[in-house]
Design a protein around this ligand. Structure first.
Ligand code: AVI
Length: 323
């Protein structure tokens, strides 16, 4: 697979700066959830997707398997596909196979993790009439590169699956959709996967699985800071915690400090003293009502052409066209 990479040491210093900003913040300390996905974190996330308690990925895939032909049938002309945060690319197969029935297609996965790009190529590189060209960049940088290099008359289908949009705060999600819209042209589309509201116990269990995979995924963030920034977090002195924030309709993941402790992070040039019971907030996962997604899309300059909902695990695929 051809991979365009912009990765530099800049990424290490950005990581150090973000860790420093989040952990020294007054009030609630936090770490950006995008850093959960190093090599080990990506493997753990794949394991989460297989957990019986985490129905989100299976619902996403079921909808794509069932409706890919109809979704692709709604796209005009010759279509190229870009995916934001491709992960392993498994669910994308249904869309690419449906498209390959009618045309040769370029597929551009955009991912900052080189191991995820490689897994994606392995999964999807063998489909007839599909060429995979990976972009090792952030979502918007990658999407701008893809949009710049497209041929006259081709339209773009952007995939943003798995409810990754839910990991943004609601305002940031709307701004992000605006920026995506800004890189697109009339006739282009965004297929957006969104996890929907469901009963609170089911939601909590999906992130507090009894097997402990999500706990390992969360704790690995501290392990990553140890490995990459030379820190001395003792992972056994933290506990994975999950709570439902009803005001914001989101699951929050935290790491609770089990004792008073002092942690040094040399490559980021600082140290912190954590109190017993203090938490570090590591991720939010917002849940939506179907109509809310339609409204959010409209505010960002799209119109919703179709919405498909899984009844087993409430989740929606939303096909949005540039307005
Ligand atoms: C990637 N993202 C949509 C997942 C979610 O459900 O928010 C990440 C995740 N965190 C814990 N489990 C899964």
């Amino acid at each position: 697979m051809l991979i365009y990479s912009n990765a530099t040491n800049r990424q290490v210093s950005e990581f150090a700066a973000d860790v420093c900003a989040g952990l020294t913040k007054s009030g609630q300390r936090e770490l950006p959830s995008k850093y959960l996905y190093d090599g080990l974190g990506s493997v753990l996330f794949e394991a989460i997707c297989a957990l019986p308690e985490y129905g989100l990925t299976r619902a996403d895939a079921r909808l794509l398997q069932k409706h890919a032909a109809e979704i692709v049938g709604r796209l005009p002309g010759t279509v190229q596909v870009a995916e934001l945060g491709s992960g392993s690319g498994k669910k994308t197969r249904w869309i690419l196979e449906a498209l390959s029935q009618r045309q040769k297609t370029y597929y551009y996965p955009i991912e900052i993790s080189p191991s995820a790009l490689a897994a994606c190529e392995k999964e999807l590189g063998q489909i007839d009439l599909i060429s995979v060209v990976g972009y090792e960049e952030t979502y918007l940088e990658g999407l701008r590169s893809v949009a710049r290099n497209r041929n006259e008359g081709e339209s773009l289908l952007v995939l943003f699956l798995g409810s990754t949009i839910g990991n943004f705060d609601r305002d940031a999600a709307e701004r992000f959709l605006w920026e995506v819209r800004d890189t697109l042209l009339q006739g282009d589309a965004l297929l957006l996967g969104t996890d929907l509201m469901k009963d609170v116990d089911t939601q909590i269990l999906a992130y507090a699985d009894p097997t402990g995979v999500t706990s390992a995924f969360n704790l690995n963030l501290l392990g990553r800071i140890n490995r990459e920034l030379g820190a001395n977090f003792d992972l056994s002195r933290f506990r994975h915690e999950v709570l439902w924030n009803a005001d914001h309709r989101r699951i929050e993941m935290h790491l609770r400090s089990l004792s008073q402790q002092y942690v040094e992070i040399p490559a980021a040039g600082f140290a912190i003293a954590l109190n017993e019971d203090e938490t570090i907030w590591t991720e939010s996962s917002h849940k939506y009502y179907p109509q809310e997604v339609v409204r959010m899309a409209e505010k960002a300059g799209f119109h919703c052409d179709g919405q498909w909902i899984d009844r087993e695990w409430p989740f929606a695929q939303n096909l949005l066209f540039v307005q």
